[in-house]
Write a new protein. Structure first.
Ligand code: ADP
Ligand code: MG
Length: 568
């Protein structure tokens, strides 16, 4: 179709637009960051497609972003010579939200403006944020592999619908023309635009160019000249040396690669030399994304080869249990035409994944072991957001399981709160004289764990027990027999041997009691023959009359429940 069409936005887009305009107004300058980020992505995509098709560069090989202000027309135009969009792509990408986690996001909205603003931040605002300052947006684009007469003009007032028509566009790439709302004239100042670029987009590796301004003595005002100047540093941030990068620049770069709106929790930046040469800049987000539990999600690492963008979400570069990590890995060894299939086989990739895994674990250890209260607080916050996912590593990454075990945090009878803040090391340091095992109880809820009759004897003796209530806990512990030589034991297991925790007098008393009740036990065994495998006198209860235990070699009741729930 070449005629002009008017189409409605997807319902979610309408809702997002409404929300965004109202809740992000105090932060409105971020629209520029979002549009520049998209332009940079578009250039990355062109460079990647051009690896196998150099003709895509046409006669315009230098990728760049141009920003122009027109005071008379009250417009700002952000132009790139990247991959561009076809008509169909414009309809799809600028009329719907395809991001994963969309459903979860919309179901979490509360109507409370402040809370929702924070949620939008987590979800990512993107292109639509331009409607905060513009009451009309015109997008003119032409995909790099299409002829000049197959350009597209997309236009919308940001309410319910948008129009598309086919146009002739000689240059490839995209121009985004913002018609500023009444009262947004501050963005007509080139000086203001430049300062926003330096603040949010300095890390963009393409040059962002604007016309230079000069003082006009006669008119007593700044006049734009024909000369162009590059506003940003225009070099890949991860390739610069650490000492030249400010924390703010690291944070802004994070927002660009992650599409997150908030600062990251922490990051690590290293150049690795040796058998495999690569640079890694890896971030841990402050908050879990909406699609953390989406099994099809690919992860958050962008792969570059010698500064050339190769792919988003290169899942081979990070194990699944670290899928929340975002960032960039730039390899010097991989071929430019590397595909996902090649990545799977590559030895270089294996080396990179192992190295990056160690880095991430190191970064977490640094927070966890820090004496600094703020760092410790960060680890607690990390654990709340991502602890459940990290636990998967106990099964997935046998080589690092000792390191992961040290990063685990549990609730415990020590503080009787459901906050998970006790490490194995904390537990071991508090072990009683004569205690040589780590005890835990697993249950479906915190209350069930805390009130478990199995705990009675432990409470009486003042022995700490870890309270495990997350679904993956027992599965996870099945990969760990001991922590630094201290065997992990469920208090619900059959022959609970308290070993040296029992004194001689108690042992003697127990033996006598067993003899005394022998007859009763035999009667009960006969009566319960169908229902119980065994009946025993127990000394672990102090208040409850009886409890059920699992056989030494059998799965615990809780694990059985969990596997059933998982359909096995
Ligand atoms: P995101 O960048 O997170 O994908 P956006 O809302 O910022 O989300 O952009 C939506 C989509 O629109 C992009 O994924 C891209 O496909 C397309 N798009 C936006 N700006 C451009 C551009 N300058 N050039 C090419 N495609 C673009
Ligand atoms: Mg974007």
């Amino acid at each position: 179709a070449t005629e002009k069409q008017t189409l409605g936005f997807q319902a979610e887009v309408k809702q997002l637009l409404q929300l965004m305009i109202h809740s992000l107004y105090s932060n409105k300058e971020i629209f520029l960051r979002e549009l520049i980020s998209n332009a940079s992505d578009a250039a990355d995509k062109l460079r990647f497609e051009a690896i196998n098709n150099a003709a895509l560069y046409e006669n315009d090989p230098e990728l760049q972003i141009r920003i122009a202000v027109d005071k008379a027309a009250r417009t700002i135009t952000i132009s790139d010579n990247g991959i561009g969009m076809s008509r169909d792509e414009a309809v799809e990408h600028l009329g719907t939200i395809a991001r994963s986690g969309t459903k979860e996001f919309f179901s979490k909205l509360s109507g409370d403006q402040q809370k929702d603003a924070a949620l939008i931040g987590q979800f990512g605002v993107g292109f639509y944020s331009a409607f905060i300052v513009a009451d009309r947006i015109t997008v003119e684009s032409r995909r790099a592999d299409l002829p000049a007469d197959q350009g597209v003009r997309w236009e919308s007032g940001g309410e319910g619908d948008f129009s598309v028509e086919t146009i002739t566009k000689p240059t490839r790439g995209t121009d985004i023309i913002l018609h500023l709302r009444e009262g947004e004239d501050e963005f007509l100042s080139a000086w203001q635009i430049k300062s926003v670029i330096r603040k949010y987009s300095d890390h963009i590796s393409l040059p962002i160019r604007m016309q230079k301004e000069e003082w006009d003595e006669e008119a007593k005002e700044m006049k734009t000249t024909e000369e162009l100047e590059t506003v940003n540093q225009a070099s890949a941030l991860w390739a610069r040396s650490k000492s030249e990068i400010t924390p703010e620049q690291y944070n802004e770069f994070y927002k660009h690669v992650s599409h997150d709106f908030q600062d990251p929790l922490t990051y690590t930046h290293n150049r690795v030399e040796g058998r495999s040469e690569y640079t890694q800049l890896l971030y841990i987000p402050a908050h879990a994304p909406f699609d953390l539990w989406d099994r099809n999600k690919r992860g958050g690492i962008k792969l570059y080869v010698k500064r050339v963008f190769i792919m988003d979400d290169a899942e081979q570069l990070m194990p699944v249990y670290l899928r929340f990590v975002k960032g960039v890995i730039d390899s010097n060894d991989l071929p430019l035409n590397v595909s996902r299939e090649i990545l799977q086989e590559s030895r270089d990739v294996k080396v990179i994944r192992e190295g990056s895994t160690k880095r991430v674990l190191g970064m977490l250890e640094e927070l966890a072991n820090s004496e600094d209260a703020a760092q410790k607080e960060k680890y607690a916050s990390f654990w709340k957001e991502f602890g459940q996912v990290l636990k998967e590593g106990m099964g997935e990454d046998a080589g690092n399981k000792e390191r992961i075990a040290k990063l685990l945090r549990f609730a415990s009878t020590q503080n009787d709160s459901d906050e998970q803040n006790v490490s194995f090391a904390d537990y071991v340091a508090r072990m009683k004289e004569g205690q040589d095992k780590i005890y835990y109880v697993a249950a479906e809820t915190f209350d069930a764990a805390k009130n478990s009759p199995h705990l009675e004897i432990f409470r009486k003796k003042g022995v700490e027990v870890l309270l495990l209530t997350d679904r993956v806990d027992e599965w996870m512990l099945s990969f760990l027999n001991d922590f630094e030589g201290k065997e992990l034991v469920s208090v619900a297991k059959g022959d609970l041997d308290l070993g040296k925790l029992e004194d001689e007098a108690e042992k003697k008393q127990h033996e006598e009691t067993e003899v005394q009740y022998k007859e009763l036990v035999e009667k009960m065994k006969t009566a319960l023959a169908e229902k119980a495998k065994d009946v025993r006198v127990t000394f672990r209860l102090t208040d409850s009359p009886a409890c059920l235990v699992a056989d030494e070699n059998e799965m615990s009741a809780n694990l059985v429940r969990m596997l059933k729930a998982a359909g096995q």
